[in-house]
Design a protein around this ligand. Sequence first.
Ligand code: HEC
Ligand code: HEC
Length: 331
Amino acid sequence: MTCLTLGFVLASQDAGASGVDQATRKLYKRPSGIPFPKDNAHSSARESLGKTLFFDPRLSGSNWLSCATCHNPGLDWTDGLPRALGVGMKPLPRRTPTLLNLAWSELMLWDGRSHSLESQSLEPLASESEMNMPPENLVAKLRKIPGYGALFEAAYPEEGLSIATVTKALATFERTIVSGTAPFDRWIQGEEKALTPAAVRGFALFNGKALCSRCHSGWRLTDDSFHDIGLPDADLGRGAILPDVEILQHAFKTPTLRNVDRRAPYMHDGSIATLVDVIEFYDQGGKARRLSQAEDVRPLGLTSQEKADLLSFLKTLTSADKSVVLPILPR
Ligand code: HEC
Ligand code: HEC
């Protein structure tokens, strides 16, 4: 491989054989630990209570829907559906996003309308089309399950069982949902053979000609920001919250690309079936071409070899994660 096709990423002289310089690689380095907020520090009692609640269908009015029904660990914490199914198997307006790596995310949901993991869970719990469980009913219901008392006591001895501690425990568990080490991470750490030459070329394209890293940046491959990438549906996304900001109309949160080849179908509306189709979509510069569309989504002129290289790279972001052990629910 010469530097001819990779020239656009060569900002410094230490690019070496891979064509990607050390400064670029450094931007993708994984952090060493998970951040927890001061007012909801981690403890194993909190994590295990949160996990128990997450998998407990009694958190729903009907007793059959748990958080894990839609955020299924076997499907990378999503449901494999174009749109989530709620009460009565009715499709919800948007696709279920993965819960991977949210400890580092500031705004939650596709449109960022929720400001923390703690506050987010109130929404699916209370929503009549989802778990249909208003906070008062939930606390009363959990109090009647004797086994929960001791779990709350161990996790939040000063606070006890309340809606605040339910959401804090859920958030603690969610922060521990982190994608494992993928071939890409080993390569970032210097193991040159961890990626094939095609994947390395794909990574160079990702940071260069294909413009992907303008939004999918850092080790989680997201800027945590909101963009209209030109999907033609009518959902205003963040624009419904901030109607005066042109570039936020039809804008949605940039998803992490960790384990992305295991999380089809794609996008907030589940409208793109495969990664090959996603790459095709970006190569064409999006579909809707509205005033709000991000500048960095524009026709790319990728060759079929370049598209294949990009796909090879995306597949290196998948980690072989350990199986999740289901909790025994208190009775
Ligand atoms: C019926 C399916 C369903 C259930 C049940 C459900 N969710 Fe979700 N979840 C979704 C959908 C759909 C979205 C995206 C909604 C949106 O952005 O408007 C979402 C979004 C989220 C997000 C935001 C992720 C991000 O990237 O910002 C979190 C966190 C979350 N859910 C946690 C939970 C928790 C905790 C529970 C249980 C209390 C739960 N969910 C129950 C379908 C579900
Ligand atoms: C202008 C910012 C931007 C650029 C440039 C961009 N993306 Fe995205 N990407 C996003 C946003 C925002 C979404 C979610 C859009 C939605 O659902 O409405 C997304 C969604 C995706 C998804 C679907 C993930 C999922 O879980 O549904 C994939 C895969 C993806 N992008 C890959 C790429 C690749 C590959 C490139 C380069 C060819 C690229 N993106 C360029 C912002 C961007």
